[in-house]
Write a protein that binds this ligand. Structure first.
Ligand code: BDR
Ligand code: CA
Length: 320
C-alpha cells in the first residue's frame, strides 16, 4: 500500500530526518511540504524545506508556505535555541540554495484543501509542527475532515511530561487553539507524542553509522545534528550524543505501524493557564465526548532504530 502524504513541517533538524526518511521509503509518495512557524520563522522553515528537497534532488516536490503565527495567540519564541540559528543545526543556510526555487502561490491551507479534495479518501496529512495550517485548512473547507484518509501527527503527550512546560509538548503548545480544532474535527488521528518520541533516542553510534552511509541523504544527517545533540546534552543531561527522534516517528508509523502500540482516547487542550497546550487525555474514558485519537504509547526501540538506519543507507545496529 502506498501512502500519499503531505508533510506539514517547521524544519527543524528532526523534521529534516523525517522528510528524508519519507523520501527513502517506497511505501510513501511525498506530494508536498507545507511550512509553518515553530522551530524558526516561517521564512526560515520555508527556505529550509526548499533546500532539503533540493539537497535530495527533489525540486519537483512543491512547497507551500503557511502560517507565520498561531491562530489566536501572538508569535512566541521560535526554536533556534534547540535547532540552531538557521534551524538546521547551523549548517549556514541563509538563502535558498537554488535562487529560482520558490514556494507555490497557494498558501499552505489552500494547498492542503485542494490536495485533499482532489483525491477524497486518499491523502494522509502528516503534521510535524504546530497545527496552525491544518486548523486553517479546516476553517477554509470543513469537508476535508471527511475527505482525508488519516492524520498522523507528531505532537502532544498522553502520559509523558511536557517538553516546554511541565505538561505541554512544543507543537501543541505553540498553537493550542489550532490543536484543539484539529483534535475536535472528527477525522482519524494517530498521535505520536512524547510517550514514544522521547523513548527512542538515537545516539553517537547511530550518527557514526549514518556518516558512513552509502546514501548522501544518510550522510547529510550527521552534518546537521551537532547543535541538536548539544541541546539534548545540556537540557536533558544525555551523555552519548542522544537526541529525541520526534518527527520521524510519524513517518515510521506509516512505514510500519507494528513498531508501535497505542490506545484510543479523547483529548482536550487547555488554551491558557498553567496547563496551556497540554494534551489532557481521558484515559478512563469517562469524562470527554470529543472524538477519539489513537495515542501511541509503546515502541519497539531496537527495531525502529534499525528501520531508520537501514532506510538511510546505514548498517543496522550490532547488538551486544
Ligand atoms: C517537536 O518540536 C519541535 O522542536 C520538533 O521539530 C518536534 O516537531 C517536539 O516537541
Ligand atoms: Ca517539527
Amino acid at each position: 500500500m502506498t501512502h500519499h502524504i503531505l508533510i506539514d513541517t517547521d524544519p527543524g533538524v528532526d523534521d529534516a530526518m523525517a522528510i528524508f526518511l519519507a523520501l527513502r521509503s517506497s511505501e510513501i509518495e511525498l506530494l508536498g511540504l507545507t511550512t509553518v512557524f515553530g522551530n524558526s520563522t516561517v521564512d526560515a522553515t520555508t527556505r529550509n524545506a526548499l533546500n532539503l528537497l533540493h539537497v535530495a534532488g527533489r525540486d519537483d516536490i512543491p512547497v507551500a508556505r503557511g502560517a507565520w503565527r498561531p491562530l489566536v495567540l501572538p508569535l512566541g519564541e521560535t526554536g533556534e535555541w534547540v535547532h540552531g540559528a538557521d534551524a538546521m543545526g547551523n549548517i549556514g543556510w541563509t538563502d535558498v540554495l537554488k535562487p529560482e526555487l520558490r514556494a507555490v502561490d497557494a498558501p499552505a491551507a489552500r494547498f492542503i484543501v485542494e490536495t485533499v479534495m482532489a483525491r477524497p479518501g486518499e491523502i494522509t496529512l502528516v503534521p510535524i509542527g504546530p497545527l496552525t495550517n491544518l486548523a486553517l485548512a479546516l476553517q477554509l473547507e470543513p469537508r476535508i475532515a471527511q475527505a482525508v484518509k488519516a492524520v498522523v501527527m507528531m505532537g502532544g503527550s498522553a502520559m509523558a511530561p511536557g517538553n516546554v512546560s511541565p505538561l505541554a509538548e512544543a507543537n501543541v503548545h505553540n498553537d493550542p487553539h489550532a490543536a484543539s480544532l484539529v483534535f475536535g474535527a472528527g477525522w482519524p488521528i494517530v498521535m505520536a507524542g512524547l510517550d514514544v518520541t522521547e523513548s527512542i533516542p538515537m545516539d553517537n553510534d547511530d550518527f557514526a553509522a549514518l556518516a558512513a552511509s552509502s546514501d548522501p541523504l544518510g550522510r547529510f544527517i550527521p552534518r546537521i545534528v551537532g547543535h541538536y545533540q548539544d541541546f539534548h546534552r545540556d537540557w536533558y543531561k544525555l551523555p552519548n550524543g542522544e537526541i529525541h527522534t520526534h518527527d520521524a516517528c510519524a513517518v515510521l508509523h506509516l512505514i510500519d505501524p507494528t513498531l508501535f502500540g497505542g490506545q484510543d482516547w479523547s483529548i482536550n487542550v487547555p488554551l491558557d493557564g498553567l496547563a496551556k497546550g497540554a494534551t489532557l487525555v481521558d484515559r478512563r474514558g469517562s469524562f470527554y465526548t470529543t472524538p477519539k485519537v489513537h495515542c501511541l504509547t509503546t515502541v519497539d526501540h531496537a527495531r525502529l532504530i534499525d528501520v531508520y538506519r537501514t532506510r538511510m543507507g546505514a548498517t543496522a545496529r550490532v547488538r551486544r
